[in-house]
Ligand binder design. Structure first.
Ligand code: PMP
Length: 788
């Protein structure tokens, strides 16, 4: 080895230069081999094997008997070693399996990527004196993990027509069951073109001599992929005098024995240490069986002596296939290295570990390719397919961007492919007007969004719990499907999970389509399910009026949501623009209409405007709407994908004890709510009773009576000397103000009448809320109030 000390830039370039590979003269030979294999196929392979390997092969395929013989032929010790190495290689390469995430780049634009195994993998290992069975493991194990459907190995036979038993045993261990006795350029030609016996491969892996390498380059012209551009193996060992010279010398020789063209570079910072290492190399050479090869390789190798501060740059300039770094500077230098195939750190870490058994792959980029290439890994055996899916919402959100770009590139066809879709999905607005309109806020952003887009992302593909009765279809007589108790007959059966009959009854009295109804255990449960379905805990916020129904803040808390409250003025009024401004950014806007506890309403045209303008979901809680049906938004739910109306049978229909609430929304919403609800959320007793009640209750008469009682009570309260303010109500309660309300609240209870003290709510100081009861109850209330 020659020594260069503190080389100039030019000297350094010369020291690090790799021998030029002569390949031009192989070209015609390789193209002959390929064209012969293409024409004569298996017959050509046998002829070439006779010509180049001097052996006649009858059957190219290694038989099961040959595999068994191979297993018997090698020592238990070697078998154990091969198995341990294979296990480590498998562990390391399995760690490269990574799950890729689905990303929603824009709302409704969902993209993801997946690793898909390459269909057919052809592996090659050379035969000859040193059988590279370790390479069989390095290529076979990751292919097994990648699950390439077809994977096989080509390797040349010996003079007896046999394959080295260690290669066959390693192949079996790595999950390669098919081995062909064929080597050289003809093997690569067979893999590239396919023959009667050998399947055409999509990608070819493995090392080989210059013929094999040239054939792999040729194969690429035919569209076959190869693992890595190959060149002679190389190592750069960097060490200081803290490392025993025997270690460094052994590492240099381990590389040099590979072949006469092997590249060995030793980098150190002390000339006398370098001399000691070279003496040690001489000593070890004497006992090395492949001393001849090693000596020749070392003749063209170099020792570079330079201060350690320059090592990092020098290593990056050379970009070694293997880098061994040992001694005082190892940590520091490792941080600086950006170009290397595989790095071996510290005095114990001989390259041999990585060559065989530590688990990393030994198929690495040579000849400076480490600047841009990686070694073989699990990724080498797969390709990554990207996927994308655009929902209606995505089309709306990103369509115009694509059109704008396509038109600017003058690719009208591209623009058109989006336009036709926009026009078909959103026929109401021509696509060229879309962006313009949206920018000036004239178009309903919301009416164009899909229900799907409003559902909490991680619940969109939730598989619902499927109850026994959900699954049942047809005519059953004996029901043994739901673990019910057949020995009892009263309420032993689960109720209809989708409450079909009750929905029909509600649909009739309320005049709304059955498929827009979802039922829950009170509207409290319905509200909770809506919160859960649409909001992501610790991420989203919900907006509601202040004051309003007290459960909203509880629901927000238990669902992990931030809250934004919109303060109403002293008359409980607020401008729409104020509602929209305050609610901006929230996932949910809950508006109680008529509001509880104030009793006033926001007119329907204003609500519609809010629904159109708000980015998220608007829930209109119409618990009290039956007392003022003209304001109901229930008939709008099929027009707005972001609108959900909540109603209840607790108030108007007088069934508070039965606990029946409902969401009225588009069928997509109903389906989504059904996916998350508890399977049997309304008991059969409740369902039956409610159906009967709905058929008999004279609701219109009751409503008239309640309203007239409300008017009577309002008049009474207005005339009461202690009452300072009575708030006009469209609901079945009245909020009124009387100084010292809390005292009067207690006094009313002393006389057996319980009203609600609302004084603690925002802008509700000194207020009581009284529900409209029966005539007798109302009279009692009036009487006691009069006596206060
Ligand atoms: N919303 C509002 C505005 C309410 O006032 C109430 C009950 N007080 C509910 C929902 C809940 O009603 P239920 O659960 O009885 O249907």
């Amino acid at each position: 080895m020659k020594i260069v000390i503190n080389p100039s830039e030019r000297e350094l370039a010369a020291a690090l230069a790799r021998p030029k590979l002569e390949s031009a003269n192989l070209d015609s030979l390789i193209s002959d081999v390929f064209s012969t294999v293409e024409k004569k196929r298996d017959q050509a392979l046998k002829a070439f094997t006779l010509q180049f390997d001097q052996v006649e092969i009858d059957d190219l395929v290694v038989s099961e008997i040959e595999f068994t013989e191979a297993e018997q032929a090698i020592s238990t010790e070697l078998k154990t070693a091969i198995r341990i190495a294979a296990q480590n290689i498998e562990r390391f390469h399995r760690s490269q399996e990574n799950r890729e995430m689905e990303v929603e780049t824009t709302s409704g634009v969902i993209c993801w990527r997946k690793s898909v195994p390459i269909q057919t993998i052809g592996l090659y290992v050379p035969g000859g004196t040193a059988p590279l069975f370790s390479t069989v493991l390095m290529l076979g194990v990751p292919a097994k993990i990648a699950e390439n459907p077809i994977r096989y190995l080509c390797t040349p036979p010996d003079k007896q027509g046999k394959i080295h038993p260690a290669i066959l045993f390693a192949a079996k261990t790595a999950g390669i069951d098919t081995v062909y006795k064929i080597g050289g350029a003809q093997a690569i030609a067979a893999m590239s073109l396919g023959t009667e016996t050998i399947p055409k491969a999509d990608k070819i892996f493995g090392p080989g001599n210059q013929y094999v390498t040239a054939a792999k380059v040729y194969a690429q012209r035919l569209g076959i992929a190869i693992d890595i551009p190959a060149g002679p193996s190389e190592v750069l060992v960097a060490a200081d005098d803290s490392i025993p010279t025997s270690f460094v010398a052994a590492d240099l020789l381990a590389q040099a024995e590979h072949g006469i063209d092997s590249q060995v570079i030793f980098l150190t910072n002390d000339e006398s240490y370098a001399q000691e290492v070279l003496k040690e190399v001489e000593r070890q050479l004497e006992i090395l069986p492949r001393a001849g090869i090693a000596t020749e390789a070392l003749d063209s190798s170099t020792v570079i002596v330079v201060e350690a501060e320059k090592w990092g740059d020098l290593i990056n300039l050379y970009a070694p296939e293997h880098l061994i770094i040992m001694g005082k500077y190892e940590e520091q230098i490792v941080q600086q290295v950006t170009n290397a195939g595989s790095i071996f750190i510290g005095k114990n870490t001989a390259e041999s570990f990585g060559d065989y058994a530590s688990g990393t792959n030994h198929t690495l980029p040579t000849s400076g390719f480490a600047r841009a290439y990686s070694g073989v890994s699990l990724d080498s055996f797969v390709k990554k397919i990207t996927y994308q899916k655009i929902t209606d919402e995505g089309l709306r959100n990103l369509g115009q961007t694509v059109i704008t770009m396509a038109e600017a590139e003058k690719l009208q066809g591209h623009a058109n492919a989006v336009k036709v879709r926009l026009d078909s999905v959103f026929p109401d607005i021509p696509s060229d007007k879309l962006q313009e309109l949206e920018l000036i806020g004239k178009v309903s952003v919301l009416s164009r969004k899909s229900v799907e887009g409003f559902i909490r992302k991680d619940l969109r593909d939730l598989k619902p719990y499927s109850s026994a009765r959900d699954e049942f279809e047809g005519k059953g007589e004996v029901f043994l499907d739901a673990n019910e108790n057949g020995m009892v007959t009263a309420y032993n059966r689960y109720p209809d999970p989708l409450q079909q009959e009750l929905k029909v009854a509600i649909s009739e009295v309320k005049n709304i389509p059955t498929e827009t109804i979802f039922l829950g255990n009170g509207s409290d449960e319905v509200l909770d399910l809506i919160f859960r379905l649409t909001t992501t805990p610790f991420l989203d916020s919900v907006t509601y009026l202040n004051p309003s129904y007290g459960m909203y803040s509880v629901l927000a808390k238990i669902n992990g949501l931030r809250t934004k409250t919109i303060d109403l003025d002293r008359n409980f009024q607020i401008a729409d623009s104020e509602i929209l401004a305050q609610a901006a950014g929230s996932r949910l806007l809950v508006l109680c209409n008529p509001n509880n506890p104030t009793g006033n309403v926001i007119p329907k045209d204003r609500l519609l405007e809010i629904v159109r303008e708000f980015e998220g979901v608007v829930v209109i809680d119409e618990a009290y709407i039956d007392f003022c049906p003209a304001y109901s938004m229930a008939d709008e739910v099929n027009n707005y994908s972001n609108l959900i109306v909540v109603q209840t049978l607790s108030k108007a229909y007088g069934m508070a004890g039965l606990r029946i609430g409902m969401a009225i929304a588009s069928p997509e919403w109903i389906a989504a709510l059904n996916r998350i609800k508890p399977p049997y959320n309304l008991s059969s007793l409740v369902q039956e009773t409610a159906i009967k009640e709905l058929k008999t209750i004279p609701w219109n008469e009751i409503k008239t009576e309640i309203i007239s009682e409300r008017e009577r009570l309002t008049d009474f309260l207005k005339s009461h000397s202690l009452v300072t303010e009575v708030f006009p109500s469209e609901a079945n309660f009245i909020l009124f103000r009387m100084p010292n309300a809390s005292d009067y609240y207690k006094k009313l209870i002393e006389h057996g009448v319980v009203v609600r003290d609302r004084s603690s709510q925002f802008n509700c100081s000194e207020t009581l809320r009284v529900s409209i009861g029966s005539k007798i109850e109302n009279n009692q209330f009036i009487q006691i109030m009069q006596n206060l």
